[in-house]
Design a protein around this ligand. Structure first.
Ligand SMILES: *[C@@H]1O[C@H](CO)[C@@H](O)[C@H](O)[C@H]1NC(C)=O
Ligand SMILES: *[C@@H]1O[C@H](CO)[C@@H](O)[C@H](O)[C@H]1NC(C)=O
Ligand SMILES: *[C@@H]1O[C@H](CO)[C@@H](O)[C@H](O)[C@H]1NC(C)=O
Ligand SMILES: *[C@@H]1O[C@H](CO)[C@@H](O)[C@H](O)[C@H]1NC(C)=O
Ligand SMILES: *[C@@H]1O[C@H](CO)[C@@H](O)[C@H](O)[C@H]1NC(C)=O
Length: 497
């Protein structure tokens, strides 16, 4: 998360004189970034110096004031090197202290170059447009950055400024950073697998919810801090990349033989945890929905023939939910990436569903059981429903997550029963209820609504209870309200996002 955060330490008025960026201090990104920073002191540069985009090898930070979205006045900024220190303040806020409200992100440009066939490092560049909010101050020039500090416990990185930012004014902050794809299964990371010829391959994939986007790049990683994103992924030209939005441009990466940069259309306003992308050698299978929407399923070449079920059911579920919610699918494409891995998880980002367990995306008519087929259908229906519940409408804080997971868990059964009525999935809902009652009887149980659910607890919360208990409560609601009222309520909820 890249965050504007007020200075926790003694001096200065609250909300002033510092720009706090969140990135994961304990993760590889942070440590390598800081190592790099000490090696080579960052320099403050006016914006135009960075626009050549040839600064991959340097760790530089700029802060410029801009009135325009794209072309700000080129405020002269001193170019003296600045000290970087990693200090731990005694008054350091806890891990879930909300970010200060003194700046708000508007737009990000994120460029990542993962060395998948090399040392697994990532060269990253992030540029974020911010707007300052708060008390009105005089003065028009952009402040300069005096020094940086990092707070390991709270995943923050602070740029200390010479003077406060002007409320209502836009600023652009940019930095290069290094990270690593290896030894993690969160953020932006690599997955190793064997291809059909037995050769070892690696792909790079994201897993951002609830709070791992900050491992991939510095950002404001709170669910309510939505922004638009331009994603650029550099890849070797024998691989492919995919992100939320359609690809708009592929250009050679200057000075790097065999490399190209894929640029994707600007995303809608989304929280950082909704971003997703992949760089891989997976093979695509393409289909279109009834309304002509391109749908692509990505998997290892060797198992692509077992994705026909997904190729057929993704468009069917999409059509089902468009009709059920009476709200059109909001984007212009949908990709489903099946990671050759074993983690029982799937994440639905706008326009891109990632299934992290290969088996959960595969159906082989000659050897799979019918209960497996049903499982594949439910996982897919659940994720497709999140294109509306969770992507089109997003919770402001994690406290409301039960509603989205509960609704999606209830509706995946409804969708599967509707497109495959012979499966009598109502029995499954009774099983869910029993599981929920059992888990709820343990002392580890959570209430569904957790007013102060923090990003560390959210994972336990999701794993433990929210799916079954949430869907059981939603099912009761549906039966109290009647199908008609329940659906009208859902449609209103989604349309008023
Ligand atoms: C793509 O090219 C790189 C660099 O030449 C090579 O290391 C890698 O094995 C290739 N990948 C595939 C899938 O052919
Ligand atoms: C990783 O490899 C790239 C490309 O060869 C190189 O530019 C970069 O410095 C390497 N990173 C590390 C940490 O060795
Ligand atoms: C493509 O999608 C349609 C539904 O829109 C489905 O009926 C058809 O079977 C799918 N084709 C393949 C090859 O899966
Ligand atoms: C919503 O419902 C109306 C009335 O039934 C229908 O005309 C319209 O096409 C529906 N829209 C969507 C997106 O399904
Ligand atoms: C997943 O786990 C199963 C059983 O442990 C194993 O047979 C399979 O090869 C694993 N798949 C992948 C892609 O790692």
């Amino acid at each position: 998360m890249l965050a504007g955060k007020r200075d926790g330490g003694g001096g200065g008025a609250p909300g002033s004189c510092c720009l706090l960026l969140l990135l994961l201090v304990t993760g590889p990104l942070y440590t390598s970034a800081f190592r790099r920073l000490r090696d080579e002191l960052p320099t403050l540069l006016p914006l135009n110096t960075l626009e050549g985009q040839d600064n991959q090898e340097h760790f530089m930070t700029t802060l410029t004031s801009t009135q325009q979205h794209t072309t700000g006045p080129k405020t002269p900024v001193p170019t003296t090197p600045i000290e970087v220190s990693q200090e731990m303040s005694a008054e350091e806020p806890g891990p879930d202290t909300p970010l200060p409200r003194s700046v708000r992100p508007l737009h990000y440009l994120v460029r990542l170059q993962p060395f998948l066939n090399g040392n697994f490092s990532v060269h990253g560049f992030v540029e974020v447009e911010l707007v300052a909010v708060g008390e009105v101050e005089d003065g028009h020039s952009a402040p300069t950055i005096t020094h940086f500090t990092g707070h390991s416990g709270v995943h923050t990185f602070t740029a200390h400024l010479t003077k406060p930012l002007n409320p209502g004014r836009r600023y652009r902050y940019s930095m290069n950073f290094y990270s690593n794809l290896k030894n993690t299964d969160k953020g932006f990371y690599s997955v190793k697998y064997k291809d059909e010829d037995g050769g070892e391959r690696s792909l790079a994939i994201t897993k951002f919810p609830p709070s791992y986007a900050r491992r991939a790049f510095p950002c404001f990683d709170e669910p309510h801090l939505k922004a638009t994103f331009d994603i650029q992924l550099a890849r070797e030209n024998n691989m492919t990349s995919v992100s939320l939005m359609p690809l708009v441009d592929t250009s050679p990466l200057e000075g790097q033989e065999g490399w190209v940069v894929d640029s994707f259309l600007t995303t809608p306003h989304i929280p950082t945890h909704s971003l997703a992308f992949a760089v891989s050698s997976l093979a695509p299978a393409r289909n279109t929905s009834l309304s002509g929407l391109p749908i692509t399923v990505w998997a290892r070449q060797g198992v692509l023939q077992h994705t026909t079920f997904l190729q057929e059911f993704t468009p069917r579920f999409l059509t089902f939910f468009e009709q059920y919610f009476n709200v059109s699918y909001p984007l212009t494409k949908l990709d489903v990436v099946i990671v050759p891995g074993n983690e029982t998880q799937a994440i639905s980002s706008p326009g891109l569903i990632v299934i992290y367990q290969e088996a959960a995306g595969m159906y082989d008519a000659s050897s799979s059981t019918s209960s497996h087929k049903q499982h594949v259908a439910e996982v897919l229906a659940h994720e497709v429903s999140h294109q509306w519940l969770g992507n089109l409408v997003t919770p402001k804080t994690w406290s409301h997550i039960w509603l989205y997971e509960g609704l999606a868990s209830y509706l995946d059964n409804v969708a599967v029963s509707s497109v495959e009525s012979s499966w009598s999935l109502n029995n499954d809902q009774v099983k869910d209820l029993q599981k929920a009652l059992h888990k709820d009887s343990l002392s580890s149980s959570f209430p569904l609504y957790m007013p102060a659910l923090n990003s560390e607890d959210i994972v336990d919360f999701l794993l433990n209870l929210v799916f079954q208990k949430g869907s059981s409560v939603v099912r009761m609601l549906r039966h109290c309200l009647s199908e008609k009222t329940f659906r009208t309520g859902l449609t209103n909820f989604i349309q008023r996002q």
